[in-house]
Design a protein around this ligand. Structure first.
Ligand code: AKG
Ligand code: FE2
Length: 217
């Protein structure tokens, strides 16, 4: 049987794990499309390569990043922001492929958020040892829209906490095809990724790839 790439998996193939009000893990949601999505990431990277950005404080990030969409998330000594042009190429970011867009919209719907029209897809590449410290996604103008996050390649431990940095965190392993959706009262929840452990994945080699979709305004 051939799988229609534009169809999403339904339960029991997708397993829902409620993290908090407004926050859910949809296990395996994009597993059937993983290889195609990774090929689409490679196309984006051909136009807008992965790069290690610098935080406003002057630190190099361990995660390499690029974007597709109308805007891309960037950071440098001037601060965190969304930019219409890729500062590396001076050109617009590549577009979000229709398949990615539709899967992000459907994941948001499954998470309880309709009318999500993402215009940013931040692509994160974690080499072994790379991490993302606890943070809130708060550079968007409108917090009514959720964050939709897709994971591929090496597994990683996702930390999901509360609205204060000091709140306790849940730790969940994310593997290829898992999608996390958070919004509503959880939209500004602290979250992060622990250092990625050494390993090999047949589709990504020695790294983890994460895509986060946002609607910034
Ligand atoms: O890599 C992940 O799963 C999370 C990424 C993230 O939190 C972000 O890009 O803001
Ligand atoms: Fe984040």
């Amino acid at each position: 049987m051939t799988f229609d790439l534009f169809e999403h998996l339904e339960p029991p193939d997708v397993v829902r794990e409620e993290l908090a009000p407004g926050a859910v893990i949809l296990r395996h949601f994009v597993l059937p499309q993983a290889k195609v999505i990774l090929a689409q990431v490679a196309t984006v990277v051909g136009c807008s390569p992965f790069r290690h950005m610098t935080t406003p404080g002057g630190y190099g990030m361990s995660v390499a990043m690029t974007n597709c969409g109308d805007y891309g998330w960037v950071t440098d000594r001037q601060g965190y922001r969304y930019s219409e042009a890729d500062p590396l190429t001076g050109k617009a970011w590549p577009p979000i492929a229709p398949l990615l867009y539709q899967l992000a919209v459907e994941a948001a719907e499954q998470g309880g958020f309709s009318d999500f029209q993402p215009n940013v897809c931040l692509i994160n590449r974690y080499a072994i040892g790379a991490k993302m410290s606890l943070h809130q996604d708060k550079d968007e103008k409108n917090f009514n829209y959720p964050i939709v996050s897709m994971s591929f390649g090496l597994p990683a431990v996702f930390q999901f906490g509360g609205l204060s940095r000091s709140d306790s965190v849940q730790k969940c392993s994310l593997t290829q095809g898992d999608v996390v959706v958070w919004g509503g009262v959880s939209r500004l929840a602290y979250h992060g990724i622990l250092p990625v452990k050494a390993g090999h994945h047949p589709d990504t080699g020695d790294c983890r790839i994460n895509l986060t979709f946002r609607q910034i305004g």
